[in-house]
Each structure stands twice: as C-alpha cells, then as structure tokens.
Design a protein around this ligand. Structure first.
Ligand SMILES: [Zn+2]
Length: 111
C-alpha cells in the first residue's frame, strides 16, 4: 500500500487523488476520480502538516524541544504558528460551557 507523502488524498471523500495536469503557476493539479473535486497541493501544506505533527508530538511528550528538530530554537520557530490553531475539540468544548465533563481531561482544571 504505497502512499507517498506527495500523493494527496481528497478532502471531501478521502479517496486518493490523481494527477490532473498543471495550473498556470506550474503546480500539479490533483483531481478526485470519486467525487470530482480538485485540489492543488503546495509544499507548504505538507511541510506545515509535518511541523504540526511534531508540535503535537512534543506537546504530548516529556521530551525536550531539541529532540524534534535540529535545535530548540529551530523547533520553536517552526511550531510558532501552531499555537494559534484551535483544535476542533477545543472549539466544541468552548461552545458547550455547561457540559464541562465532555471536555478532555487536559482542560479539567478550567472547570
Ligand atoms: Zn473525493
């Protein structure tokens, strides 16, 4: 089941996308055979995804930042934008202020 990193998956139906020519900017255009939606994958997207994965790995581990990049400073810079991302479950928890018990344990202190 080869799934190369640069082979995107449809954001609508999660099927594999197939190459469908190029955009005027020279980027590969991808198309979903299943639902017909098209997408353009940029390198920034996959790099960001990797950074965010490291960010989560670091948050949920006790390892120092330096273990996730070439240096602590590099890692701090790479994941800076991740702090501004609001996870779906957090948004949900905020909109359900009454039912604190449904929020993950990490936010239990706020209740
Ligand atoms: Zn699709």
């Amino acid at each position: 089941m080869p799934n190369p990193r640069n082979h995107p998956i449809c954001g609508v139906c999660a099927n594999k996308l197939v190459k469908n020519g190029k955009t005027s900017a020279g980027r590969t255009r991808w198309r979903c055979k299943h639902c017909g939606s098209s997408a353009i994958q940029t390198r920034t997207d996959s790099a960001k995804k990797a950074d965010f994965t490291s960010f989560i790995a670091w948050l949920t581990s006790t390892q120092p930042r330096g273990d996730f990049a070439t240096s602590t400073r590099t890692f701090t810079r790479k994941i800076q934008w991740c702090w501004t991302v609001t996870p779906g479950w957090l948004r949900q928890a905020k909109s359900m202020t009454r039912s604190c018990s449904t929020a993950p344990t990490s936010t239990a202190g706020a209740c």
